[in-house]
Design a protein around this ligand. Structure first.
Ligand code: GLY
Length: 325
C-alpha cells in the first residue's frame, strides 16, 4: 500500500530522531546508508541510484526495486529489457518480469507481455492485488490494461532495424538451431534491517520463438528472496538456467550458512558438474545476504558479468570473477 507523504515525512523525522538517540547511546546509527542495492550489468548503476532515491524518500524495498528496474525498462537504448527490447522472431516485443518480497514470501510474475513497457510493475500489481502469482500472454495484457496501463508500440527505430536485418539475412539463425545473447536486469535489495527483495525484467533472447518463457519471470529461477537468508537473481541463457532453479539454489545455500559469493560459486560448480559444456555460454548470477554482503559469478571468462553496487550511499560498477572450477 502506498503511504501518504505526510505519514512518510513523519516516519522519516521520527526515524532520524531514533537514530540520533541510538548514536548518543553508543549504538551505531541505522539510516538509509544501511540499504544495499545490487544489479546486473552496467545499466544497473542508474537503476540502483533510482532505487536508493526512492528508498531514502520513504519508499519500501519493493518500491525501490520496482522503480529502479523501471529505469532500465524505460531506456530505449537497452535492447534486452522493456521499451526498445529486441523482439521475437515475428517482430513482436514480448516481455517477462518478476518481483518477490522476502518478508511475506509473495511473488508476482508476468510472462509474454506485449505492448506494456513496465512488466515488473504489472507483476507487482498481480502480487499485491490478486491471489495469483503468475500470468501470461493475453490475460496478462488484459490485467495490465485493467490496472491502468496504456498499450503502446515497444519497437524503436533501432530495434525494428535490427529485426529487419536479421529477418532479411539469408539463412539467419533461428532458435530451432542457434541463439543470440542478451542481458537481463536482475536487481536485489537489502534494507540493512533484515529485509530483502528481488526483481528481474527482460525482453528475453532476441528473435526467440513466440511464446517462449525462460528463467527471468519464474520464481526461484530468475529471482528469489527470503529475509531468513537473502536474495538472488540470474542473467544469461535462461533456457538452460531455468533447469537449475538458480536463484532458489543460491538462497537455499545462504540459508545453510554460505556467504553469498560461496553460494554463487556452488551454483556454478553444480552447473559445470552436470553439464561441462556450459563453460562456453553466458550464465551469471548475483546474490545478497540479509546483512548486505554480496556475491556475483559468471561461468564464462570470455563473457564476464558486470554488476552495479549501491552501498554506503554511493554507487560503483564491478566485474564478477569468472568461475574457474
Ligand atoms: N535470462 C533471460 C532469458 O533467457 O530470457
Amino acid at each position: 500500500m502506498t503511504e501518504p507523504l505526510d505519514r512518510r515525512a513523519f516516519l522519516a523525522a521520527t526515524g532520524a530522531a531514533a537514530a540520533a538517540l541510538a548514536t548518543t547511546a553508543g549504538a551505531p546509527a541505522q539510516s538509509d546508508a544501511g540499504a544495499v542495492f545490487l544489479s546486473t550489468w552496467d545499466f544497473g548503476a542508474e537503476a540502483n541510484r533510482r532505487a536508493a532515491e526512492v528508498f531514502a524518500a520513504g519508499g519500501s524495498l519493493l518500491d525501490a526495486i520496482e522503480k529502479g528496474v523501471n529505469v532500465v525498462e524505460d531506456d530505449p537504448n537497452v535492447t534486452s529489457v522493456g521499451y526498445g527490447g529486441l523482439p521475437n522472431s515475428e517482430g513482436e516485443v514480448e516481455l517477462d518480469a518478476g518481483i518477490m518480497d522476502g518478508t511475506s514470501h509473495r511473488a508476482g510474475s508476468i510472462c509474454n507481455l506485449h505492448k506494456i513497457k513496465n512488466p515488473i510493475s504489472v507483476a507487482r500489481l498481480l502480487m499485491e492485488k490478486t491471489l495469483h502469482t503468475t500470468m501470461a500472454g493475453d490475460g496478462a495484457l488484459r490485467f495490465a490494461i485493467e490496472m491502468g496501463f496504456t498499450p503502446q508500440q515497444l519497437l524503436t527505430p533501432k530495434s525494428l532495424t535490427e529485426w529487419l536485418k536479421w529477418k532479411n539475412t539469408p539463412n539467419h539463425s533461428t532458435f530451432w538451431i542457434d541463439r543470440e545473447h542478451h542481458d537481463t536486469i536482475g536487481m536485489l535489495g537489502a534494507d540493512g534491517k533484515g529485509k530483502v527483495a528481488a526483481g528481474c525484467s527482460t525482453s528475453g533472447l532476441a528473435w526467440k520463438l513466440p511464446g517462449r518463457v525462460a528463467d527471468s519471470p519464474l520464481v526461484g529461477c530468475g529471482y528469489y528472496a527470503d529475509d531468513a537468508a537473502g536474495a538472488a537473481s540470474a542473467t544469461g541463457n535462461g533456457d538452460v538456467m531455468a533447469n537449475y532453479c538458480t536463484s532458489f539454489f543460491i538462497v537455499n545455500r545462504m540459508a545453510g550458512g554460505a556467504h553469498p559469493q560461496e553460494a554463487c560459486n556452488d551454483l556454478m560448480r553444480f552447473m559445470a558438474r552436470t553439464a561441462p559444456q556450459l563453460h562456453e555460454d553466458m550464465y551469471c548470477v548475483i546474490a545478497i545476504a540479509a546483512n548486505g554482503e554480496i556475491g556475483a559469478a559468471s561461468m564464462n571468462s570470455k563473457q564476464p558479468l558486470q554488476y552495479a553496487l549501491w552501498k554506503n550511499g554511493s554507487g560503483s560498477i564491478h566485474t564478477a570473477p569468472p568461475f574457474l572450477g
